[in-house]
Design a protein around this ligand. Structure first.
Ligand SMILES: Cc1ncc(COP(=O)(O)O)c(C=O)c1O
Length: 394
């Protein structure tokens, strides 16, 4: 007899990027040569001074349990960093350190969303939002982002989606998978609409340092009345090329700090102290590495956008941040984004269908350009060849 699982265990999906990566690895194991443009992971190594701080912490015995909310020194460094980059006061007592920023999504949704509560989620958007809302029995409500509007949040549409049952609105700027970023005026309009509806906000700012403009991107948390209702999420994975260290954080409104700390105590206890020491070195150390990586991503973005737009049938806007592009395929004779990315995989390029990020991603595919320029150039060459085959025989 099959013992029953909790129904919620059957409601949580995996992640498209990870499945495509696994398929690409399988093909490689059989001898295929694949250019990987599917995973959103920096190809740079973690900067040496950060690695050394982590190693030194292990050598000096920082290998025991630590405080659940995070080391005071790291929480202080994070509070100062967030205050300086967002232009708002941040109390270190409201900073909780987590094993990757993804945990902030999980913990926030678990702490806020009851069965039947509605959560407004950008679509296409990072898949963990919808997956976690489904897991807890909440109702995901899609906020469509359209290429023809530059993947912006349409305020009038947002207004129509807010109901008495709306508990949480999730924003992601700069965004995965679109690369779009919200302007201050847009954030002000969103704040105005949501303040009157009494909803919580999760502002996913994991790409805050990968923004290709002189000033840092604005945060909704810094607007009047918003800090009290906004969980600000950020982390180290993208900014410092530290994906495998698993280090992220949230700045939580005061009433959430106790419950989320208790969830941490009962869930994973704490983030390893040597990882947190590396985090302190990242934030307190010289920031040239961040500027250098940002400049390199920007050059790659320009290369990829230009290369894609030169392929007949593809259209690609130039994103303001993150390291993704979401080109449109409406000029091609294919029945779905997935059949196109399946075709690309056969042609030696792993990319993701836009539908891995929600149904409004149909008609698009996502490329991560956090990859060496020679690989990007080869990827573009293979995409062009696949599209030419389509035009010829499609
Ligand atoms: C939008 C967004 N949020 C959060 C994360 C999670 O980052 P991590 O858990 O590695 O800190 C990612 C990673 O891909 C992301 O793209």
């Amino acid at each position: 007899m099959m013992l029953p699982l909790a129904s919620r265990a059957l409601r949580i999906p995996g992640e498209g990027a990870i499945e495509t990566f696994a398929r690409a690895l399988e093909l490689e194991a059989r001898g295929a040569d694949i250019v990987h443009l599917e995973i959103g992971e920096p190809d740079f190594p973690t900067p040496a001074h950060i690695v050394e701080a982590g190693m030194e912490a292990i050598r000096s015995g920082r290998t025991r349990y630590g405080p659940a909310p995070g080391m005071p020194g790291l929480r202080m460094a994070i509070a100062e960093h967030v205050a300086a980059t967002r232009g708002m006061p941040v109390d270190p007592a409201q900073v909780l350190v987590t094993p990757g920023a993804k945990s902030v999504i999980f913990l926030t949704i678990l702490a806020l969303v009851e069965e039947g509560d509605e959560v407004i989620i950008p679509n296409p958007g990072f898949p963990a939002y919808e997956a976690t809302v489904q897991f807890v029995g909440g109702v995901p409500i899609s906020l469509p982002l359209r290429a023809e509007d530059g993947f912006r949040v349409e305020i009038e549409k947002l207004r129509t989606l807010l109901t008495r049952r709306t508990k949480l609105l999730i924003l992601n700027s700069p965004a995965n998978p679109t690369g779009g970023a919200l302007t201050l005026a847009e954030l002000e309009a969103i704040a105005e609409v949501t303040l009157s509806h009494n909803v919580w906000m999760l502002s996913d700012e994991i790409y805050s340092q990968l923004y290709y403009s002189d000033a840092p991107p604005p945060s909704i948390a810094a607007l009047p009345g918003m800090a009290e209702r906004t969980v600000l999420l950020d982390g180290f994975s993208k900014t410092y090329a530290m994906t495998g260290w698993r280090l992220g954080y949230g700045v939580f409104p005061a009433p959430l700090v106790g419950p989320v700390t208790n969830m941490i105590i009962n869930g994973h206890t704490c983030v390893p102290l040597f990882v947190q020491e590396a985090g302190i070195a990242a934030l307190r150390g010289i920031q040239d590495c961040v500027a250098a990586m940002r400049a390199e991503y920007r050059a790659r973005r320009d290369l990829v956008v230009e290369g894609l737009n030169a392929i007949p049938g593809l259209t690609c806007t130039s994103p303001a941040g993150a390291f993704y592009v979401l080109p449109g395929i409406s000029g091609l004779r294919v029945d779905s984004a997935r059949s196109f990315t399946n075709m690309l995989l056969k042609g030696g390029v792993a990319a993701l269908p836009g539908t891995d990020f929600g149904r409004h991603g149909e008609g698009h595919f996502r490329i991560s350009y956090a990859t060496a320029p020679d690989k990007l150039a080869e990827g573009l060459r293979r995409i062009r060849a696949a599209v030419e085959r389509l035009h010829q025989y499609g």
